[in-house]
Design a protein around this ligand. Structure first.
Ligand SMILES: Nc1ncnc2c1ncn2[C@@H]1O[C@H](COP(=O)(O)OP(=O)(O)OP(=O)(O)O)[C@@H](O)[C@H]1O
Length: 310
């Protein structure tokens, strides 16, 4: 049985100042999926996500989000969406409890006090509820922001580069929490430039110039791009690395005593590695990894603030 869809959209299009910034976008998002939107600056990720959730009216296209029509029922959708932006958007000069209480009031939540108490307990912040939000560390601020945008039990969570500027431990904990929410059926859309956020996603859509270039299960992406990876090991790796890095169109990554070189042209990879093989290095074809695929995608596109190609 296939999972029910949280979102399904067809042909979404948006024009700003006579320029098509999203062009004929189709997508199905399964309930409980973590869906990552990757792409260069200005490629249309945020605009697409906002249209998919009824937060912005498209100029063309149709769709449903959480069973509501994105064109006519955006108000219903908004009630079921939690939105966490990059910047900490709570009040630094209110306490942790006051911040949560304020948000709960805004949503006119019934049983406000107990909801706030529950959110504090879930966060492990009951003892520090009277501390000013501004005095929390970056990781704790982020947890508080997540608790605030989940206080009305939304079914859909939008995250915009959620772990930018957060240390690795807090980042891991944050993603553990997101996974826990997804397992309860919350659908999560993530817009990001960061590799370590992208690899947390179940599905990936890669967008450039307002068009979806590729989309699917994260583990299928390397194969879908047709990315090939050769692994090199042996003596004189730095010399091999310098030589291979000078070849345009090759992606070279060093992992300790191993070099991994990737590209989509087998003949080119073989020609590039032949001299290293002849020098006695071991050269082996291995499956391309997710990180390699993402680096490849990101490296292949320029900043989309530039005029779109014809
Ligand atoms: N309200 C608006 N009015 C006019 N142009 C806009 C508006 N919102 C976005 N744009 C333009 O649409 C294009 C797509 O923007 P969008 O924010 O969707 O891209 P993005 O991929 O999310 O970028 P980033 O990664 O930088 O957040 C950009 O060229 C942007 O300048």
């Amino acid at each position: 049985m296939t999972a029910p869809l949280a979102i399904t959209v067809r042909g979404l299009t948006k024009v700003f100042s006579g320029r098509k910034v999203v062009d004929g976008f189709d997508m199905d998002v399964p309930t409980g999926a973590i869906y990552g939107f990757l792409g260069p600056n200005g490629s249309g990720k945020t605009t697409t996500i906002r249209m998919m959730c009824g937060l912005l009216t498209p100029d063309g296209g149709t769709g449903a989000c959480l069973g509501h029509d994105i064109l006519t029922q955006s108000r219903r959708i908004k009630e079921e969406v939690g939105y966490m932006t990059q910047r900490f958007s709570l009040y630094e000069d209110l306490t942790i409890r006051e911040n949560l209480d304020f948000i709960a009031r805004m949503y006119r939540l019934p049983g406000r006090r107990s909801r706030v108490a529950q959110a504090l307990a879930d966060l492990g912040l009951t003892d520090r509820a009277s501390q000013l939000a501004g005095s929390l560390s970056g990781g704790w601020k982020q947890r508080l922001a997540l608790a605030a945008c989940m206080i009305h039990d939304p079914k859909l969570l939008l995250l915009d580069e959620p772990t930018a500027g957060v240390d690795p431990k807090a980042r891991r904990e944050f993603w553990d929490e997101i996974r826990r929410l997804a397992a309860t059926g919350v659908t999560v859309l993530v817009s990001t430039h960061y590799m370590d956020e992208a690899i947390q996603c179940d599905f990936i859509a890669y967008i450039a110039y307002g068009r979806k270039l590729i989309d699917g299960r994260a583990q299928d992406i390397p194969g879908r791009i047709g990315l090939l990876t050769f692994r090199l090991s042996g003596a004189d790796l730095p010399e091999a690395e310098a030589r291979l890095r000078a070849i345009p169109g090759l992606q070279v990554a060093r992992f300790g005593a191993v070099l991994r070189i990737s590209g989509t042209d087998r003949a080119m990879l073989e020609a590039a590695t032949a001299p290293e093989r002849a020098r006695g290095l071991t050269v082996q074809e291995v499956p391309a990894g997710l990180e390699e695929a993402f680096i490849y995608l990101m490296a292949g596109s320029t900043d989309n603030f530039a005029p779109a190609p014809p």
